[in-house]
Design a protein around this ligand. Sequence first.
Ligand code: C2E
Ligand code: MG
Ligand code: MG
Ligand code: MG
Length: 295
Amino acid sequence: RAKEAGRGRCATFDPMMNDEIQHKTTLARDLRCALAGEGGLAVHYQPQIDLATGRVCGFEALARWTHPRLGNVPPIEFIRVAESSHLICDLGTWILREAAGQAKAWLAAGEPACKVSVNVSAAQIWASDFAADVARVLAETGLPPHLLCLELTESLLADHEEGRVLAALQSLKRQGVMLSLDDFGTGYSSLGYLTQLPFDTLKIDRVFIDGIAESSRSRELLRGIVALGHGLGLNLVGEGAEKAEEVAILRDLGCDEVQGFVFARPTIAAEALAYAHRCARAAERGGEGGATADR
Ligand code: C2E
Ligand code: MG
Ligand code: MG
Ligand code: MG
């Protein structure tokens, strides 16, 4: 009879779901090992190009994980696992320290000042000691706060009262770090928060850039977003440009910076820096901006 009851319960259990839970549990366990120093975690850097000069003005730090058995796990996947297994704070702090340390190392080596942008999950912001973690990393690495940009998505606004979000962001602003709203336009439905929260930069999601070369309606939407951002005094970064025509349109519309495969994919620090040098040399040779699709 017990067997029957057991089988009854199993019947309500979706075996696919079971596999997925198993997979996530394995990933969480292995991610914990990676964070404990077993290796496999890395930070890649994607150059951000200043459209007015053609020079690289910043880098976005993006987490990479090579699993010992599964190989490269997409960031979307392991970040989600980290978020649901309370590992995101440790992972986030590790990436923050790596990226800030790298930016400071470049500065110390005489490279022109470039900001480094680090993605921050909502769960990190709500951890009581996030602002303290940021302060500690800045103190340890010696990176000037204005060269650190924290990228937050609209999702952090979803289930929190406005007052708490504002207080959290203000405490970060008091430290002098920059705040960027990532994936703008893809999440939250109200725009009211834009006037209240102390963002410095707005990252225009790839969905608003994809198609601008072909569609005048897409271009008009983008023009509106640029006007909105600039009207609020925000720096605008176009994300995910894949074509030279898209860059030309973004420049015409007055977008400040672009990040996308058309310029450079995320890569190891040394390669990202080498790309910045190529852009700087091209800009020095004169003429129109330094960065082009094939550099
Ligand atoms: P995101 O912060 O919006 O990062 C930009 C993503 O767009 C990156 O994907 C980048 O490789 C990709 N991308 C850049 N240019 C192009 C382009 O021209 N075309 C296309 N199709 N894609 C482009 P990636 O590295 O796979 O990261 C995906 C997401 O994972 C990030 O989106 C971010 O939300 C999250 N993520 C990555 N690293 C971290 C991290 O260290 N912490 C947290 N909390 N999230 C992270
Ligand atoms: Mg980002
Ligand atoms: Mg984004
Ligand atoms: Mg995105």
